[in-house]
Design a protein around this ligand. Sequence first.
Ligand code: NAD
Length: 443
Amino acid sequence: MRITIFGTGYVGLVTGACFAEVGNDVVCVDVDGGKIDRLNRGDIPIYEPGLEGVVVRNREAGRLRFTTDTAAGVHHGQLQFIAVGTPPDEDGSADLRHVLTVAGSIAEHMTDYKVIVDKSTVPVGTADRVREAVDRGLAARGVTVDYAVVSNPEFLKEGAAVDDFMKPERVIIGSDDARARDLLHSLYSPFNRNHDRLISMDVRSAELTKYAANAMLATKISFMNELANIADRVGADIERVRIGIGSDPRIGYHFIYPGAGYGGSCFPKDVQALARTAHDVDYVPQLLQAVEEVNDRQKHYVFNRIREHFAGHLSGRCFAVWGLSFKPNTDDMREAPAGRLMESLWEAGASVRAFDPKAMAETRAIYGEREGLVLCDSPEAALEGADALVIMTEWNLFRSPDFEAMRERLAAPVIFDGRNLYDPDYLADLGYAYYAIGRPVQA
Ligand code: NAD
């Protein structure tokens, strides 16, 4: 099938590459010329496991092309995917500017039947707004062209995006148009061979499903963080509690890890946008508000622990920070708890020696050569002379370090672990002061 994807970010690039991988003819359009130049050189602008191979292979086979030429993109695909960013607006609602710009561009250039597919995460009612934008564009040209708008929200996880796309848990297709729905079913059939994963529904339910999924996951995290804070105060160990409750299949072990708060480009903005939608229809979303508030508080947890340990004297101190991306296996730093922590440390007059396996370039792009930040080549180098180690992302590389050797490099054997990676008793035996989340302190 001939497919056009607008937006070559985490979602658009993975979507385009994976559709090409199963034999489709894909053109990806982005307004960022630098990104398109890099992609045309076979240089992948983001880190996503397995993505480079898929992009390079399909680009070389001529099934995957990259351009800034919107008109050419519109002419190419019968299926026009919108996978552009939907960042939060000032009031927390999703900013649909990019989505509606693409809708306008499609209307400006289309000459035959198109299925316009919203893959970006967009509030309920956006398909109607896309339709209005397209109708306006067609009316301005004085032409009538048949088209359909479909909601097909994306559920891939950064860090496992290619796998998730190739073997999706579900594909949601929200459409009121039988022809468009059939086209989408054909498109996804290669990803649907093992058992039926396609779930068809009306457009509004599809739009809400994406927010419901992310809000549920964010709720699980905030719930566990709330419990961790209670565990701290009553002298319980949240890790024992986690294992205890996860054993109930109604609760399950997935996604109930306490930590330094959720980040990333999706959970924070999607919880906010869903709350905004609720307010817009005169409903007070108490639970969603609490999920967000608990998360904001949690992002200060590690810093507060550090401040307490050093009795408020942080000025002039140096901290090794392991893990900068918002989660492992990605270079994405959007809303990363590590960013908030470093900013708090700098405000308090401390400096940071930072290491991340994949997010160093992104960290440099965000913070540049600022004073108080040393970007290190290895986890060991980050420790050199630091007053403590702070762990903010649970990369596998950090799970079983050489604690004896680390003690030699650190100025003092102190670890603040925002991801509960280690055994507190073991570290206490080695002479470390060890602070985790919701676990009795070993100091
Ligand atoms: P991103 O910021 O990585 O990429 C968006 C891309 O769109 C950028 O390259 C930008 O230059 C491009 N763009 C903006 N306006 C454009 C236009 N008019 N024409 C063509 N390209 C344009 O964003 P992302 O993380 O890929 O997210 C995209 C959407 O998918 C968002 O709505 C997001 O909520 C949703 N989503 C993201 C994830 C994720 O894990 N990142 C998962 C599921 C859904």
